[in-house]
Design a protein around this ligand. Structure first.
Ligand code: DAH
Length: 339
């Protein structure tokens, strides 16, 4: 029996020092010290010993059990210490390694210019109005003095949803919606997406942006229109910018004009950007037609006003020298990164 105990002790010692995990240790504990373990089996057999031998073997068996459980404990704390050390090693951060810079997004050039535009007009007391992109024919055309058979419809290749519903071809319908909902004085700009059935090329896109402007009050004249637009152009393109009003026709304004700014690049001498003209067209405008006022329930004998429509892509093109409309919509990071 003594030999058996010595054998168990030696086996346990060897197995314990080879154990690499907490699970392996637990298995060994059960194997040697458990109820059905090897040591227990020996102790159960002690009844067969003589009374003189029993205490000596009993003591030896206790020693072996104490030895094994001490070894188990030691091995366990060794494993824990090693795991802790490994964990610290794994989680160590080398603060001297150069970091990877997170990629930062930026504002789209159209958004940048629109933000500037909003700031300028808000600074002049305007507020922002919005309208739907899927619009009634009535608001997009009819109320703006463009009846069904009007030739002006041909210049705006319209996406029709049905006979009465269109994708708005201009932001001008927001004028009508605003006048219906609000009493003068009115001073709003309305930026937004507009749609025309154009094929994509360097200067056309079926989706683009306009910024509509509308001012209605008593005694508003063309001088207010000129003053407002001049202020806007100087703020956006610089103090030296001059404006040129060319007579034009829009069904919803009378009189109407197209407005050019003196080329910010050459100052009017003529260059690549203004195509030798010295002037760049940026918007359409005019005094709101009395018929439009009437359509919106505003008395044209009491109130007058002006309106304008700015092409955001055009304004941005000249701000950043963007020569191809498609660049705005392709989301090529090499383009967008420059802003
Ligand atoms: N809606 C016109 C267009 O798309 C632009 C425009 C011209 C708007 C004159 C106006 C305006 O408000 O008065 O061509």
């Amino acid at each position: 029996m003594k030999e058996k105990l010595a054998e168990i002790k030696a086996k346990a010692e060897e197995a314990l020092s080879a154990a690499k995990t907490a699970e392996a240790l637990e298995e060994l504990r059960i194997k040697f010290l458990g109820k059905k373990g090897e040591l227990t089996a020996v102790m159960k057999g002690m009844g067969a010993l003589s009374p003189e031998e029993r205490p000596r073997v009993g003591q030896l068996a206790n020693e072996v059990r104490d030895f094994i459980s001490k070894e188990l404990d030691e091995q366990k704390s060794k494993l824990l210490a090693a795991a802790e050390k490994q964990k610290i090693k794994d989680e160590t951060i080398d603060v001297t390694i150069p970091g990877t810079r997170p990629k930062k997004g930026g504002k789209h050039p159209l958004t940048r210019v629109l933000d500037d535009l909003k700031d300028i007009f808000i600074g002049m007391g305007f507020s922002i109005a919005e309208g739907p992109e899927v619009e009634l024919d009535y608001y997009n055309f009819e109320a703006l003095n463009i009846p069904k058979d009007h030739p002006a419809r041909d210049t705006q290749d319209t996406f029709y949803i049905n006979d009465n519903v269109v994708l708005r071809t201009q932001t001008s319908p927001v004028q009508v919606r605003t006048m219906e909902a609000q009493k003068p004085p009115i001073r709003i700009i309305s930026p937004g997406r507009v749609y025309r059935s154009d094929a994509v090329d360097a200067t056309h896109s079926p989706v683009f942006h306009q910024v509509e402007g509308l001012v209605i009050d008593k005694g508003i004249t063309m001088a207010d229109l000129k003053g407002t637009l001049e202020m806007f152009a100087k703020k956006l393109y610089g103090e030296d910018t001059r404006l040129r009003f060319r007579p034009h026709h829009f069904p919803f304004t009378e009189p109407s004009a197209e407005v050019d700014i003196s080329c910010f690049n050459c100052g009017g001498k003529g260059c690549r950007i203004c195509k030798g003209e010295g002037w760049i067209e940026i918007l359409g405008c005019g005094m709101v037609h009395p018929k439009v006022l009437k359509n919106c329930g505003i008395d044209p004998d009491v109130y007058s006003g002006f309106a304008f429509g700015i092409g955001l892509e055009r304004v941005t093109q000249f701000r950043y020298d963007v020569t191809d409309m498609r660049l705005y919509y392709e989301n090529d990071v090499r383009f967008l990164d420059q802003f």
